[in-house]
Design a protein around this ligand. Structure first.
Ligand code: WTA
Length: 661
């Protein structure tokens, strides 16, 4: 039965796609050979090119990952079993028996060979004030912080919450946790005190690390004040370590510890703890399709190996390159491609504190010139924004250092892709559209710029990475071509019982959930060449400017409403309780304040429409697909409405929507 559900080859590319392809060969010239690119490949018999390597990685998964793990990571004791997974039981174990320390892999081994190499460049909010930190200095910071955490009572297995903007001490805090065997829980420093409190409580942290104030886009943000409000409702918190990002003093209580002052009293040597491969490295909360955000778990060895391998090959990163990922460290992109991937590879990584338009829309490219960035990794939402300001903001700066341009977070439309490629990259840098999720820990589908044979089709994420087996299944949800699913047999996939929650995809015509697959929630096309194009979310998770939001999470805050995506924003339908009489403007203002207080500013609704009732099926399910069509102004394509309980509800929603415009 399962075979009939597979669509071996799905549709050819949609006609809207520009078939001009970008060849990567010119970068590497004729001397290319797979072993010089990937040394481990020498051990894989008969493998002579990247597609051979890909086939080997999925067919001989144990041999592939075993060799790569031995070659790329420094082990305290070797592993005895490469993988021990049974996804239908939620069991995912990699490199069992192995012991290692992630901070040693990211710092100590590079300090031994190149202590004065720059590990990170902190690109502070004010342009031209960057701070460079070498591997030796970053190790010292990490050790002092590790010792301070131990002095404060943090033990192996505890979870430390970090609420900081991108800054060296945030990075050192993550690495210090890894050094002493504690897990970290980084919370994006734009979240409200309530959202922060939820995450601290769920993680049961006794320690929070923060800064007095953040600085972003020329504005000062009172982060310590947000933490003070949050910890009032977090009984587990015993101490708050406060670093000084600005010179302004903030009220300190008995619970607060001045971070820099106390860490300077600590030794610069901190013995790394030998961690099991499957011990927890960090928790990261993300929006799912139901209820509260979930704390996803990533473990030590598999995650580190996968992020370092993808960083090396997806971006074609080489020793000495400067890697500029402009995400925030509070998201998975920051964890994997600012901190762990680049540092594991001994790279130089940029930590960007500012915004794409501060002090002007040339900020990214001025930074590229000043820091000599070779790989730039950003989000389509920023690219689309900058495109509107015109080409001069890009062309004013020298971008000859750029070699690869990356994109992540949401589908990149063809216009943005073309502009990124033609204007930013002067038509000579491959654009790698990278598809992945917090759950997958690292990039799963992306072009292969290191492959001289590879082509890149604008707007397509192209190939599965080594070891990744995507699958597309029919879906009744929308008229897409499939849902990306994948077998979770790769080392960076999320761990613990949570895996089971994801194992519930029930395809069309199937009475029981399909076992052994992970349902990503994204729809995709696959071309006859086997290239993938991601078409966006199919479930109740919405993507707002590259940030993931669960509709259920918003609906928790805004009672009696239903939220759906509209272009780049959030569209809310409100059903009022009968007794409430309120002006729409006042209501809109109140709703925005509620969401901003409970989640974050970026989650605020952009459009609000009051309706008498929502279109529901006879079994009581809201027909979100219909609402989406109304908002997208595609009312001619509402699809099958035969299960609708009250047909008038749809007409009312359409009339109200027209009035609103
Ligand atoms: C979306 C971010 C299209 C997708 C790394 C996914 C993308 C969700 C792409 C994960 C891409 C990410 N093309 N959509 N290249 N990259 N997405 O967990 O819907 O914050 O499921 O991880 O972002 O968001 P998350």
């Amino acid at each position: 039965m399962m075979c009939s559900l597979w669509r071996g080859t799905l549709l050819t590319l949609t006609s809207s796609l520009n078939r001009r392809v970008f060849q990567c060969c010119r970068q590497l010239g004729r001397s290319y050979n797979i072993a010089s690119c990937m040394p481990e490949a020498v051990a894989f018999q008969g493998v002579s090119d990247h597609s051979g390597l890909y086939k080997f990685s999925v067919n001989e998964s144990d041999r592939f990952w075993g060799a790569v793990a031995r070659q790329r990571l420094s082990w305290i004791s070797p592993f005895h079993t490469v993988q021990n997974c049974d996804f239908s039981q939620g069991k995912i174990k990699w490199f069992e028996g192995g012991k290692l320390n992630v901070s040693v892999n990211c710092l100590d081994r590079h300090v031994q060979t190149c202590p004065e190499r720059v590990a990170l460049i902190w690109e502070r909010d004010e342009p031209g004030t960057e701070v460079k930190i070498t591997y030796r200095q970053l190790l010292e910071l990490t050790c002092r912080l590790g010792n301070l955490l131990k002095r404060q009572g943090v033990r192996r297995g505890d979870c430390v919450t970090i609420y900081m903007p991108p800054c060296p001490l945030a990075m050192a805090s993550m690495l210090a946790c890894a050094r002493i065997g504690a897990a970290h829980n980084v919370v994006f420093a734009g979240f409200s005190s309530e959202a922060l409190a939820d995450r601290i409580r769920d993680a049961q942290s006794s320690t929070v690390i923060t800064v007095n104030q953040g600085v972003r886009g020329g504005k000062v943000v009172d982060l310590k004040r947000t933490v003070d409000q949050a910890v009032q409702n977090c009984p587990t918190v015993q101490q708050v370590l406060v670093a000084m990002r600005t010179e302004n003093t903030v009220p300190m209580t008995d619970r607060d510890v001045p971070l820099e002052e106390e860490m300077m009293k600590e030794d610069v040597v901190c013995e790394p703890v030998a961690m099991d491969s499957e011990d927890v490295l960090f928790l990261l909360y993300t929006s799912g399709s139901t209820g509260k955000p979930k704390g996803l778990v990533h473990t030590q060895a598999g995650y580190l190996l996968y992020t370092s391998l993808t960083h090396r090959y997806v971006f074609n990163y080489h020793d000495g390159d400067v890697f500029g990922c402009v995400a925030d460290i509070g998201w998975i992109t920051g964890h994997s491609y600012i901190v762990y991937g680049p540092l594991c590879n001994g790279g130089t990584t940029v930590l960007f504190e500012s915004t794409p338009v501060y002090p002007n829309p040339g900020r990214y490219w001025e930074m590229v010139e000043r820091l000599g960035i070779n790989q730039f990794y950003g989000a389509p939402t920023a690219i689309r924004l900058l495109l509107k300001y015109g080409d001069e903001w890009v062309q004013n700066y020298n971008r000859s250092s750029l070699k690869t341009l990356g994109s992540v977070g949401e589908p990149i439309n063809t216009e943005a892709w073309e502009w990124y490629h033609r204007v930013v990259g002067d038509g000579r840098c491959p654009v790698v559209d990278t598809w992945w999720q917090t759950e997958t820990g690292g990039i799963c589908i992306a072009p292969r710029p290191a492959d001289p044979e590879a082509e890149i089709v604008p707007g397509m994420a192209m190939h599965p990475f080594y070891g990744i087996k995507p699958a597309l299944l029919d879906t009744e949800v929308v008229t897409g071509d499939g849902v990306v699913l994948q077998s979770a047999q790769f080392p960076a996939f999320l761990r613990l019982r949570l895996a089971l929650c994801y194992n519930q995809y029930c395809p069309l015509n199937c009475a029981t959930p399909l076992l052994g697959f992970f349902f990503t929630g994204d729809g995709a096309h696959r071309s006859k060449e086997g290239y993938y194009q991601i078409i966006g979310r199919l479930d109740d998770v919405i993507n707002v400017s590259g940030h993931r939001l669960g509709t259920a999470e918003l609906e928790d805050v805004v009672v009696c409403t239903i939220i759906i995506m509209f272009g780049l924003g959030v569209y809310v339908f409100v059903v009022l309780k009968k007794a409430v009489m309120v002006e729409e403007d006042v209501l809109a203002q109140q709703l925005r304040e509620m969401v901003s207080r409970s989640i974050a500013k970026y989650a605020c609704p952009d459009f609000i429409q009051v309706v008498r009732c929502l279109p529901k099926t006879r079994s009581g399910k809201i027909m979100r697909r219909v609402l989406r069509k109304v908002v997208e102004r595609n009312t001619d394509e509402l699809g099958d409405l035969s299960t609708l309980d009250d047909p008038d509800s749809v007409h009312e929603v359409i009339r109200g929507h027209r009035r609103l415009r």
